[in-house]
Ligand binder design. Structure first.
Ligand code: TYD
Length: 220
């Protein structure tokens, strides 16, 4: 597999946000983006599934419709396809430019949703990531941790209600997701930062800013 980009030469900072349904990732991404904007730091925000025009197109098929519509392996290949486009067209060019990239979900979502909850072998999943997605991992991952009962209750108030294929999976599935993230956060404790998503929006945002500041200062 020919690499379009040598990820080792990146200069920017790649920050992902992870967690189960309804944990408030997008609100925190908007707040952090604003924080960087005010500091005149170059920042972009993006998301998966999605991120590029092609990825947003694939997203529609993945997040809506019947919960059993995809075979787990077909689903995994679609996530890899949109991630490769995303890295080639958005993430790596921005990092090479020295920007901060805020990404709503990335490879850890695949490890948890397709791997832990979907029972795809983790080695296979990481092999695909190495082969097609340059083995790119975020520098920092904020895991917004929340009891799935609370998270699912929060999603009821959203207006994009046809994007609910994963939300339809039931509480047992979502408990697996939360437990999976907890374990992953311990395994990758060099880059994972767990945040209690039961705190207020302001408290979470302050905590995230504090971590980001200390990381940026130590990188300077
Ligand atoms: P998202 O829009 O972030 O949903 P939410 O706001 O409810 O967290 O993501 C849509 C769904 O896609 C989410 O339920 C998790 C799933 N997903 C995977 O299963 N694997 C992946 O690799 C990614 C990126 C997302």
């Amino acid at each position: 597999m020919q690499d379009n980009y040598n990820t080792n030469s990146k200069k920017g900072l790649f920050i992902s946000f992870e967690g189960g349904e309804g944990v408030g990732k997008s609100t925190q991404i908007d707040l952090l983006k604003l924080y960087f904007f005010k500091k005149k730091v170059k920042v972009i925000s993006t998301r998966e599934p999605g991120g590029t025009e092609e990825g947003e197109f694939i997203r529609k098929f993945l997040v809506s419709g019947d919960k059993h519509s995809w075979d787990p392996y077909s689903e995994l290949l679609l996530f890899n396809a949109l991630r490769r486009e995303h890295i080639n067209k958005i993430i790596n060019p921005s990092l090479k430019n020295g920007d901060i990239v805020l990404c709503d979900r990335f490879i850890d979502s695949t490890i948890i949703y397709q791997g832990v909850a979907g029972s795809v072998n983790e080695e296979l999943l990481l092999n695909l990531h190495r082969t097609f997605c340059y083995d790119l991992f975020p520098d920092i991952t904020f895991f917004l941790s929340l009891n799935p009962k609370l998270g699912l209750a929060r999603t009821k108030f959203r207006n994009n209600n046809n994007e609910n294929r994963f939300e339809k999976m039931g509480l047992l599935y979502h408990q697996k997701i939360q437990d999976g993230y907890k374990a992953l956060s311990k395994k990758y404790n060099n880059r994972f930062i767990e945040i209690n998503a039961e705190l207020t929006v302001e408290q979470i945002s302050e905590e995230i800013n504090k971590h980001v500041n200390s990381i940026i200062q130590s990188n300077d």
